[in-house]
Write a protein that binds this ligand. Structure first.
Ligand SMILES: [Zn+2]
Length: 336
């Protein structure tokens, strides 16, 4: 869905300016995951952003007088709207590169940011993050067969590897048996997803160093990174409360904010997030922040920063153009 050029066309044709009157709220929360020097060798496009794109994004926002604020400050701004526009940077999952690559860049721009940590990424005790193994498998092969499903994927170059990864993850989403087939392929090729997760995630020491930065807010992102709407109320409560308690013990600070894994959520998850004591939860719904979001604190929208970001696409994001398209010119205020 991020390959759609419609919003960029809208920008060039001036439609974006018209839409901005209705869809541009004063603030935008941006969503990223891992930031690496070069994304060429990574088949998982959505979760990898090049260092240069993050730097260019920050520079463009600064040039366009969009202020960098923390999540808590953003909420204050919504309560007392100011003239200046603002943005919040968030990074999901808890990648080690959030310390090694992201922090130095954000320090250079004086930009606060939130890291939503899946505690299983740090402890390495989860086997639910199968996509790390899938990415490693695709990187190492020229062809990947899932014979149980009757599929075979060409993985000979960077483009076909990205296509194969996108196709297989879509398959897992739509077909309950596909995940078993992916796991069989990982086992057959000796790929240990847990050790890859441990290598990608922050260590406890790195998490403490990240949390010690005055620019950084640590948020929670569950224990196992599972789709919360698919499990029981008790499990959702455990994923939220246990993840937060573990993080608070490590960083010795209150953890007030939550991000739904995969952005998967509904009214039930929003109510549980509130009942376990979070101040806000973020989704992956498209849109900008409006003062009305103070009444929808458990469904705050975010705009992803992608590897092919441009000045036009960024303008569309802060102007709410994507919200206009995704909602089919519906409510500018994204909520449950
Ligand atoms: Zn995540």
């Amino acid at each position: 869905m991020f390959k759609s050029t419609a919003p960029v066309i809208a920008r060039y044709s001036g439609i974006s300016k018209v839409l901005a009157f209705r869809y541009a709220g004063p603030g935008t929360i941006f969503l990223l995951h891992s930031v690496v020097p070069d994304t060429t060798s990574y088949p998982e496009e959505f979760t990898r952003c090049p260092v240069s794109v993050l730097e260019d994004t920050l520079a463009w926002l600064k040039d366009n007088k969009v202020q960098f604020v923390s999540l808590d400050t953003a909420l204050d701004r919504l309560a007392t709207p100011a003239v200046d526009r603002f943005c919040v940077f968030t990074f999901d999952d808890g990648y080690a590169d959030n310390l090694t690559h992201v922090l130095p860049i954000m320090e250079r721009f004086g930009a606060p940011f939130t890291v939503y940590v899946t505690t299983g990424m740090i402890t390495g005790e989860i086997d639910t993050c199968w996509w790390f193994g899938l990415a490693a498998l695709i990187r190492s092969r020229n062809n990947l067969a899932l014979p149980e499903l009757g599929y075979s994927f060409d993985c000979t170059d960077a483009a076909s590897k990205k296509q194969a990864f996108a196709a297989i993850t879509a398959l897992v989403e739509s077909n309950g048996e596909a995940l078993a087939s992916v796991r069989t392929a990982l086992d057959a090729n000796g790929i240990d997803g847990r050790s890859i997760v441990r290598g990608e995630g922050l260590t406890i020491e790195q998490l403490r160093r990240l949390a010690a930065s005055p620019l950084v807010t640590i948020g929670a992102h569950s224990v196992r990174h599972i789709r919360l709407p698919r499990v029981s109320v008790a499990e959702v409560q455990r994923e939220m409360a246990d993840g937060r308690a573990w993080l608070e013990n490590i960083v010795q600070r209150e953890v007030k904010h939550f991000a739904y894994p995969f952005g998967a959520c509904g009214h039930r998850e929003a109510q549980i997030a509130q009942s376990v004591g979070f101040r806000t939860s973020v989704t992956t719904q498209r849109g900008t922040l409006f003062p009305e979001h103070l009444g929808h604190l458990y469904a705050l929208p975010r705009e992803p920063i992608i590897s092919k970001e441009t000045a036009s696409s960024l303008r569309c994001k802060i102007d709410g153009t994507y919200r206009a398209f995704h909602s089919r010119l519906g409510d500018p205020v994204a909520h449950m």
